[in-house]
Design a protein around this ligand. Structure first.
Ligand code: VGL
Ligand code: ZN
Length: 203
């Protein structure tokens, strides 16, 4: 049985100074780098939006970041422009060790958001990451990154839904916390779905 490390969206726009900064987002980088040596297979996901992406408040006149709207028939939080394809904000934190890492991009369709690395938000299409992992004999995924309350959470829930064993590294994650307590609630939801939540030192 083999396991893979999933590094979720450790991109400049989610790091303090970025357009959708996650408090303490930079602190997950050393945790990610320290974990790498324990894994043969490491995947890094990248939020990768076109400039006209429908999750951006700027593409819905009269709305502001943080507003709740709609996209493709689903409720959608409108975000600041972030992780626009080809921009510095979409690239990984400069300190993240990407050696030998496989990249998966998501959120490329302007009409569809994709918090999870495995499916879009409406579960209409798989990204291919689930198949990629299965084809390599992966049964267990270890997940960390940004943000706890969005992309980490939905990646973990979808991985559980596909039948993977999932361990989340709590100190390797940070949340947006639009509402205080969102990260704690996200970890609860992940536990309820059967994920193990651990500290990096335990692995
Ligand atoms: C994310 C909000 C919008 C994330 C991505 O990576 O958690 N959050 N796009
Ligand atoms: Zn996004």
């Amino acid at each position: 049985m083999s396991r893979a490390l999933l590094l979720v969206d450790i991109q400049n726009d989610f790091i303090p100074g970025g357009s959708l900064a996650v408090p303490g987002g930079d602190l997950v980088v050393p945790v990610a780098n320290a974990m790498r040596a324990k894994f043969d297979l490491v995947v890094a996901t990248q939020d990768w939006h076109p400039a006209n992406h429908g999750s951006f408040a700027s593409n819905h006149p009269g709305t502001m970041p943080g507003d709740l709207g709609e996209l493709g028939g689903l409720p959608q939080i409108y975000w600041p422009d972030h992780c626009v394809q080809g921009t510095r904000g979409a690239w990984f934190h400069a300190g993240l060790d990407l050696h030998g890492v496989t990249l998966f991009r998501k959120g490329t369709d302007p009409e569809i958001d994709s918090y999870s690395a495995l499916f879009d938000n409406g579960h209409r299409k798989a990204t291919g990451l689930g198949e990629f992992l299965r084809a390599r004999g992966v049964r267990e995924t270890v997940v960390l990154g940004l943000a706890t309350d969005y992309c980490v959470k939905f990646t973990v829930l979808d991985a559980r839904g596909l039948g993977f064993d999932v361990t989340v590294v709590e100190d390797g994650c940070r949340g947006v916390e639009l509402v205080p307590g969102d990260s704690a609630r996200a970890f609860e939801a992940m536990r309820d779905a059967g994920a193990k939540v651990v500290q990096s030192g335990e692995l």
